[in-house]
Design a protein around this ligand. Structure first.
Ligand code: T3D
Length: 267
């Protein structure tokens, strides 16, 4: 990919912007992209950079090497100055998940390999997930005497339903990419060699849509889990009022009638 902009200030991930798409690549392949404090700090900074950059219309999140992310770096956890677990969650993990879910731009997770522990949670927090054929998901927390965290107890039941979520969270079984597709955890499984291309194609399609409508749709889908139908109907009417007042809506109608592709500006 030829990057329009790549920030040299990141050391544990790559942040590249090209053609209105930000690609964030967790880049510690020698340890399966495990989450260290520097990586967590940089990942939050990267999502905040996306939030500030209105020229970015879609994000791809992926991992370098054979893994997507093996979760918390357990060697770092044994260091004497490691923060207590609850502090680490409140100060580092939770803000990343919150930033991902609050982002206006959609995030495409390109799950290239194993996604374990908080690495699985990062995948769950993406808006759309594509998985390489060999990718796996494992809530490895129970194996080390921990509770699933980083939003996984909230996100997973909403993605795969309560029965499968309970099995994954309690038993800690590894879920294959094929099963992830079967249970609706990923939108599609693709050959490993095509994952980057497929993820980028999805991001390109998203980047060509109207940004305000996309952001409102993200919020509506998220909110739908905690409201009843009557409230959802009113919520849709409210959001449609906002989307309908945008220049992009007028452009969408004009483009349709003129039989040409729309040029959305985010206005
Ligand atoms: O701050 C806090 O602690 C609170 C937050 C917690 C959030 C969490 O994420 S807790 C869960 C942490 N993650 C895990 O428990 C996963 C541990 N890893 C595994 O279960 C397996 O490694 C995988 C299923 C991810 C992959 O298995 P496999 O067979 O493909 O690879 P491997 O041989 O096990 O691992 C390759 C290397 O990566 C190996 O190092 P070595 O022996 O070659 O020097 C392994 O130790 C290392 N590695 C893998 N995961 C981690 C790790 N090193 C440190 N931390 C890891 N999480």
């Amino acid at each position: 990919m030829s990057a329009d902009r790549a920030s040299p200030s990141y050391t544990t991930l790559r942040y590249e912007v090209a053609d209105a798409i930000a690609t964030i690549t967790l880049d510690r392949p020698e340890s399966l992209n495990t989450l260290t404090v520097p990586l967590k700090v940089e990942l939050l900074a990267a999502f905040r950079a996306v939030a500030r950059d209105r020229s970015v219309r879609a994000v791809v999140l992926t991992g370098a090497g054979r893994a997507f992310c093996a979760g918390q770096d357990l060697k770092e956890r044994l260091e004497p100055d490691a923060a207590p677990l609850a502090v680490e969650l409140r100060e580092r993990y939770n803000p990343i998940i919150a930033a991902m879910r609050a982002l206006d731009q959609p995030i495409v997770g390109a799950i290239n390999g194993v996604a374990a522990g908080a690495g699985a949670a990062l995948a769950f927090a993406c808006d759309i997930r594509l998985a390489a054929e060999g990718a796996t998901f494992v809530l490895a927390f129970g194996r080390i005497g921990l509770v699933p965290d980083s939003g996984s107890t909230w996100l997973l039941p909403r993605l795969v339903g309560p029965a499968k979520a309970a099995e994954l969270a309690l038993v800690g079984e590894t879920m294959s990419a094929a099963d992830a597709e079967r249970f609706g955890l990923v939108a599609r499984v693709v050959p490993a060699g095509s994952l980057d291309e497929e993820a980028r194609a999805t991001a390109v399609r998203l980047a060509g849509l109207a940004p305000v409508a996309l952001a409102l749709t993200k919020r509506a889908l998220e909110r739908s889990w905690s409201i009843d139908l009557d409230t959802a109907l009113e919520d849709e009417a409210f959001r449609q009022g906002i989307a309908g007042a945008t220049a992009d809506h007028a452009e969408g109608i004009a483009a349709f009638l003129e039989k040409r592709p729309p040029r959305f500006t985010g206005e």
